[in-house]
Design a protein around this ligand. Structure first.
Ligand SMILES: NC(=O)c1ccc[n+]([C@@H]2O[C@H](COP(=O)([O-])OP(=O)(O)OC[C@H]3O[C@@H](n4cnc5c(N)ncnc54)[C@H](OP(=O)(O)O)[C@@H]3O)[C@@H](O)[C@H]2O)c1
Length: 246
């Protein structure tokens, strides 16, 4: 089988770290991209020990497209299948955003436009290779705008729609695009938020993402319970939904 290397964007994310370890254990390479190189170097060492044939760190900031060029240059000399997993995201609370609306721009950039700009930049490289997977991490929050986090949700919804279009474009060139919609996950993003429904462990979500990528899923709810939950939530008529606080 041809070797696979994952470009992991937002590699300091709790879910990304689990994903990188799992991918390494089965012999995939990992190019860890993110803002905190010290943290990523520790993950790279761990990945190499676990069996990754390539485990490197590269600086990436979704808010600065000038950081993209170095990644494109590096992957040029990597042989085999190239895949991308996007874990970048940020979630200021809705209260923080209401108090400071200027936070909206950064939220939309981290969750949607930054990753979309990177993926649009690298898309021709993957198309030319004619293989690989792009796994974009969205959120169940993007399925319906609700009182508790509708700016974050709107950014994720934008990313979902972008990924749907990218899937439509790249599938015919042999590159599969998967939209991942995790529910609540026990990570840095949710620490301190109290008791959350169906809270999943990052290792479980990471394993789902790797399996979903292998099976070329289009949309993946993780854990799966969120698929029926969100189907019901989406079906609630707006005149009822607008009065709920869920
Ligand atoms: N936890 C949940 O309940 C949950 C639910 C649904 C979806 N998700 C999504 O899952 C993904 C992973 O999140 P997580 O739960 O693992 O939380 P996390 O540990 O807070 O990860 C978020 C990651 O995004 C990175 N990031 C943020 N802005 C960035 C930027 N401008 N440039 C580069 N990297 C940036 C962070 O890097 P730094 O370390 O440099 O800050 C961090 O690595 C996110 O897209 C999140 O929205 C999470």
């Amino acid at each position: 089988m041809m070797s696979q290397t994952w470009i992991i964007l937002g590699a300091t994310s709790t879910i990304a770290r689990s994903f990188a370890r799992l991918a390494s254990e089965r012999g995939d390479g990992v190019l860890l991209a993110g803002r905190d190189t010290v943290d990523m170097k520790a993950t790279a060492t761990d990945c190499a020990v676990r069996g990754a044939p390539l485990a490197e760190v590269i600086a990436f900031d979704a808010r600065d497209s000038r950081s993209f060029a170095a990644i494109l240059k590096r992957v040029d000399s990597i042989e085999g299948t190239l895949s991308v997993a996007v874990f970048v995201g940020s979630m200021p609370s809705q209260d923080e955003i209401d108090a400071d609306p200027s936070l909206i721009l950064g939220t939309v950039t981290d969750n949607f436009t930054g990753p979309a700009e990177f993926l649009t930049t690298i898309a021709p490289v993957l198309e030319a290779r004619g293989s690989g997977v792009i796994a974009g991490i969205g959120s169940v929050a993007g399925d319906r705008g609700r009182i508790g986090n509708y700016v974050y949700g709107a950014a994720k919804a934008g990313f979902h729609t972008y990924l749907s279009g990218l899937r439509n474009r790249m599938g015919r060139k042999g590159v599969h695009v998967m939209t991942v919609k995790p529910g609540t996950v026990d990570t840095a993003m949710t620490w301190g938020m109290g008791k959350l429904p169906f809270l999943a462990q990052p290792e479980k979500v990471a394993a789902d993402i790797l399996r979903g990528a292998d099976r070329q899923k289009d949309t993946l709810y993780s854990p799966l319970i969120w698929w029926p939950v969100m189907t019901v939530i989406r079906l609630i008529p707006e005149r009822v939904f607008k009065k709920l606080k869920i």
